[in-house]
Write a protein that binds this ligand. Structure first.
Ligand SMILES: [Zn+2]
Length: 265
């Protein structure tokens, strides 16, 4: 047993592995959509900002915000594909902070022609076409393989309930910063992917390995390279605003979702 992460002898929950994180939150939201500067202020008051040191580099500043219900949530800006943080650092930081549930909100390219710009989606499956490390290789210690799905079924249900206008999508993860070619878009569509993005894989696998619940929602920002996109008419802004309006309730539903098998027995 790794003594530095040994379970305490008291009647404590998983958080008490990290006594320093007792004032933190159960939920972390990775914000990979471009929002107006003050948009997140409307979620709730800023309680704390913190940068976390991990073996994979620093993460932060993470913002701890208090929702109207009193619930707190860590928010991590997650856009900027070319220079973004090692996904292992982000998920390691979440684990280190005692977070149990991670939700990503990603702005994506629509492969499926029925998905207009601004459409919201809940990710139900993925293809990881990135070249990034998808395992911690031991730290944090991997949960035993349980056959559990990559996305937490309880969180998916919470997202679907909070966003009745969202559709289920299959996500294809790529490395940035370049866009897909038309030939790649046709190939990805043949594989069964509905959207392309850069911020959900390998995070999904890393959360699974670390025993954290993970789910992702997306907003379609543009059409894939093999499709004719009409000039933007505010659909993206409207789509982001629609999700933003539901975000406090969504995050509360995520925090209160029933227990699942993601963290192991
Ligand atoms: Zn779960």
């Amino acid at each position: 047993m790794n003594s530095s992460h040994a379970e305490p002898a008291t009647d404590a929950g998983p958080h008490d592995r990290f006594p320093h994180a007792s004032a933190g939150a159960d939920v972390m939201l990775l914000v990979a959509v471009l929002l107006p500067p003050a948009a997140l202020d409307e979620l709730g008051a800023l309680v704390e900002e913190r940068t976390v040191t991990t073996p994979y580099g620093p993460v932060g500043p993470l913002a701890l915000r208090r929702l109207p219900s009193g619930q707190t949530v860590w928010l991590q800006p997650y856009s900027g594909p070319a220079t973004r943080t090692d996904p292992r650092a982000t998920i390691y930081a979440a684990w280190q902070l005692g977070v149990r549930r991670v939700v990503a909100w990603d702005q994506v390219i629509g492969l499926n022609p029925v998905l207009p710009r601004g459409q919201a989606g809940v990710v139900v499956d993925y293809i990881d076409w990135t070249r990034q490390a998808a395992s911690f290789a031991g730290a944090p210690p991997a949960k035993p393989e349980s056959g559990a799905p990559a996305f937490c079924p309880r969180l998916i249900a919470a997202l679907q309930a909070a966003l009745p206008f969202a559709v289920d999508v299959v996500y294809l993860g790529v490395d940035g910063p370049r866009r897909e070619t038309p030939a790649e878009a046709r190939l990805y569509r043949l594989w069964g992917a509905d959207v392309i993005g850069q911020n959900v894989t390998p995070e999904a696998a890393l959360c699974q390995e670390a025993g954290l619940c993970f789910a992702a929602l997306v907003t379609v920002g543009d059409a894939a390279a093999d499709r004719q996109a009409r000039p933007p008419q505010g659909e993206l802004r409207g789509g982001l605003a629609a999700v933003l309006a539901e975000l406090p309730a969504l995050l509360e539903a995520v925090a209160q979702a029933e227990a699942c098998a993601c963290a192991g027995a």
